[in-house]
Design a protein around this ligand. Structure first.
Ligand code: GCW
Length: 607
């Protein structure tokens, strides 16, 4: 493993001494690594822990603030930018990375190798690499790491029991970097330990969790909290006992509240055993239906973590309506850096443009925390594809200060990561990354048509793969039409939005093209705003996506990236090209066979 590949900031390559215990010491260490940086650190107790400012060569800050200030100054120096001015403070207190690591060393939906800290049913890691990981997370402002899968597989339920000393040692490695630990827990844990029930209203269960919390916080006083996936995809939860999710979450929240712990409860609840013949159940409605009526019922230390979008991390979905429906609840936005549905770190897919669009619909103040499913693993380059680290870096930037600025963030990451490229080459790479999401969307799933991926592994095209399955993910293409009617005449999903948004989505004439088939069922001869028919637009987008991928490949091949990034990026590009062709041909053939409508430009569609 080449250690120099762990980071976008070259100074982060240096080993981290084991005896750093305080953020200020870490910051001093980092500065001492950079000749002539000329800063003085001035801890300032009057500032919030994470805030900082810089003036006249002095970085003033709260406890973790001087660490963040140090990284920001080093970044600015490296990019040849002026130092940030004024008081800097993150908008959200909790900027979380959720790792879906299992103790056997696998990572659910992991595309960057095996777990960085688990192997063979136990902890297994290089402490220096974990310190460098802490430094990397701090360098982009992230401060909470959940280290195990939300699907809690044996023996991970013991992380908060027998494994506590090891968990505490792990927490100690990240502490100097201002990163706090969280674990995913199993709601039925008292029963796994021979209790008769996990009913949240049962006094014995409440006492069990309280005792558990006391134990955890005694071992790790700055432990962040618990993350819970309940009543979702066969995980246990309060529904078993006829209790609401507010009752379930609050019971846990009360056990950890005396320690200042947070209870992060996922809102990813839907019927994953749907009969495809059932036209009344509509999966995107599920989170809102379950949680909106509970607004105001959650305790203050509960964070309700809502997936965006309402389905499940597809290439294109409308913003989740649950965000507008719960003003009296602390909501966290959950995004997925792991490219489960977006190319699995084989295809190039830069997320900032997607987040810019999200921020247009969702003012940052609508939520009070952010979380991202990690894309990290044991691969030498950390994220599988050399460019996938951009998404991790960018998430940190957006989490600290959410504002639409994809081009700037991408440009900065390219500048920090590939300082050896010329300005023109860096511009070319940044442009390629900026366009990558739109290209991927075109060859895979244009117009808001989701779920044409291969079942289970979620990579590559399979237009009917999910059509007759129980997951609630259908497009219902027939010889005349495609899409689900989610308007008032259909499933009623659009009515979950505030009226002004609903009005836009209800009418195909005002609904944005990229969401047309998410909200509407339309005939192939439906004439779009640009005068093309729907079927022609489907063909055109897929052909355009393929062509643009070919151009992207030429551009990439011509860039003198340093090794081994050059070789890795080229190898993955060859796969992406192959897969883009599969997507284009298979989806176009699928619709051509159904509709019998020829391509207006006579391009090759296979029969
Ligand atoms: O989309 C699904 C994924 C599962 C994942 C689940 C979730 C952790 O395919 O692998 O399980 O989402 O977010 O809980």
């Amino acid at each position: 493993m080449s250690e120099s590949r762990l980071s976008w900031l070259p100074f982060l390559e240096k080993p981290v001494p084991a005896d750093l215990t305080e953020p200020a010491q870490v910051a001093a260490f980092e500065l001492s690594q950079v000749p002539g940086a000329g800063f003085r650190l001035a801890p300032d107790a009057s500032l919030p822990e994470e805030a900082w400012s810089v003036a006249q060569g002095e970085i003033r800050g709260g406890r973790t603030g001087i660490l963040y200030g140090t990284y920001a100054c080093l970044e600015a120096l490296k990019l040849g930018r002026p130092l940030p001015e004024g008081l800097q403070q993150p908008l959200y207190d909790s900027r979380m990375i959720d790792c879906w690591d299992n103790m056997d060393g696998t990572v659910e939906r992991g595309y960057a190798g095996r777990s960085l800290w688990f192997e063979g049913g136990k902890f297994s890691y290089d402490p220096d690499r974990i310190r460098r990981l802490g430094r990397l997370l701090a360098s982009c402002g992230l401060n909470v790491l959940c280290l195990n899968n939300v699907n809690v597989h044996e023996p991970a339920q013991n992380l908060i029991a027998d494994w506590l000393p090891k968990l505490a040692a792990f927490a100690g490695l990240l502490r100097p970097f201002g990163v706090r630990l969280m674990t995913s827990i199993d709601f039925s844990q008292p029963m796994r330990e021979d209790g008769p029930t996990a009913d949240p209203l049962d006094a014995g269960v409440q006492a069990w969790w309280k005792e558990c919390a006391d134990r955890v916080w005694a071992a790790i006083p700055d432990f962040f909290g618990f993350l819970v996936k309940a009543d979702s995809e066969h995980r246990p939860g309060p529904f078993t006992y006829g209790r609401t999710h507010a009752e379930g979450a609050n019971m846990l929240a009360r056990a950890i509240a005396p320690h200042g712990g947070k209870l992060v409860w996922r809102a990813f609840v839907y019927n994953c055993m749907q009969d495809w013949r059932d036209t009344h159940t509509d999966r995107p409605c599920a989170a809102y239906d379950t949680y909106a009526p509970l607004d105001g019922q959650f305790d203050d230390n509960v964070i309700l973590q809502v997936k965006n979008g309402p389905f499940d991390f597809q290439v294109r979905e409308p913003v989740s309506p649950t965000f507008y429906a719960m003003p009296r609840t602390h909501l966290a936005l959950e995004v997925q850096l792991a490219q489960e549905y977006t190319g699995q770190q084989i295809d190039i897919y830069a997320m900032p443009p997607m987040w810019d669009e999200l921020l247009e619909d969702l003012p940052p103040q609508t939520v009070s925390a952010v979380a991202a499913v990690s894309n990290m693993g044991r691969d030498a380059n950390l994220c599988g594809h050399p460019f996938a680290a951009l998404n991790l870096y960018a998430f940190g930037r957006y989490a600290w200060s959410p504002a639409p600025r994809a081009a700037e963030v991408i440009r900065d990451w390219v500048g920090l990561t590939y300082p050896g490229l010329t300005a023109d080459e860096r511009k070319t790479l940044a442009g390629l990354l900026l366009d990558s999401r739109s290209v991927y969307e075109k060859y895979t799933a244009p117009l808001g048509l989701c779920w044409m991926v291969s079942p289970n592994n979620h990579y590559g095209p399979s237009p009917d793969g999910y059509e007759y399955q129980a997951w609630g993910t259908y497009h219902k293409a027939n010889r005349d039409a495609v899409g689900i009617d989610r308007t008032a005449k259909g499933t009623g999903y659009a009515a979950q939005y505030p009226p002004e948004m609903q009005a836009v989505y209800e009418d195909p004439a005002t609904c944005p093209d990229e969401l047309l088939l998410f909200f509407h069922r339309l005939r192939y001869d439906y004439v779009m705003r640009d005068g093309r028919t729907l079927i022609q637009r489907i063909y055109d987008d897929h052909f355009a996506g393929l062509e643009q991928t070919q151009k992207m490949a030429e551009t990439l091949y011509a860039l003198p990236l340093p090794e081994p990034d050059r070789t890795e990026a080229r190898e993955r590009m060859a796969l992406q090209l192959h897969d883009a062709r599969e997507w284009c041909d298979i989806v176009n053939t699928f619709f051509h066979r159904l509709s019998g409508v020829p391509d207006a430009h006579g391009r090759k569609i296979w029969d």
